[in-house]
Design a protein around this ligand. Sequence first.
Ligand code: NAP
Length: 260
Amino acid sequence: MHEQPVALVTGGNRGIGREIGRQLGAHGYHVLLATRDPAKGLEAARELGLAMTPLDVSDPDSIARLVHSLEGRKLGIDALVHNAGVAFKGFDATVARDTLAVNFFGVLHLTEALLPFLRPHARVVIVSSGVGDRSALAPDLRARFADGNLDRAELTVLMQAFVTAVAEGHHSADGWPSSAYGVSKIGATMLAQVLARELADDPRQLRFNALCPGWVKTDMGGPQASREVSEGADTAVWLATQPPDGPNGGFFRDRKPAAW
Ligand code: NAP
């Protein structure tokens, strides 16, 4: 049994995820950098003095192998940080499918698979984006996202409907924007709210929150971005280290609740 609190950070080999791992390590966590390329992950883990575990969040078999390995090591998780993300150029059916597979369904499926491993007061943190802005949706769709009874099943239906609508050429008529990244992040931010609501009675008193890191200098953000990775990681680490009575179901930027 690890006496240290345990954190698992997806997409931990570079960019914001690597820095979240570094900062959580400095906070005393036993950090597992979960990376889809084990070689890159091992290199980052070695440099930071952390541990590495292989994980492609879009691959159910990879998630199953992670579950198996956590069971084998009898590891519980105190902080689960969903940071892995993709932002492809262009917009078509493949981009929509592949973006949602990582940025939304990856977060959903990994959370569901790791729920049994979450220890009392565990924090689940979703690195989303302010680009996931509900005002980009047509009013009817926006109302469905604003429905206080929206659950995981209905959110999944909505996200899958976007992928299908893009493939069939009617996403604009259905009220969706032509941004797979934006829609995926609307879903990711919404997921924190939905999970917080659905698991409100869980005796472990789990916490689910999403955040926007701002525009950060990474491979994704580019060299012109306004923030260093240390600033980009800050709110995620702050949410991952909140006390048991910390926020639940929120969306944050710079450690403050933000509109989306
Ligand atoms: P990044 O430098 O492009 O890093 C993305 C990370 O995600 C990489 O480690 C990548 O692994 C990993 N990843 C991608 N697909 C994966 C998969 N299927 N399974 C596991 N890992 C996967 O991006 P970043 O800027 O650090 O972004 C981190 C998060 O912040 C993302 O969720 C992004 O949407 C969000 N965000 C970033 C900005 C910004 O300005 N940078 C702004 C708002 C939100 P590989 O090395 O194997 O590709």
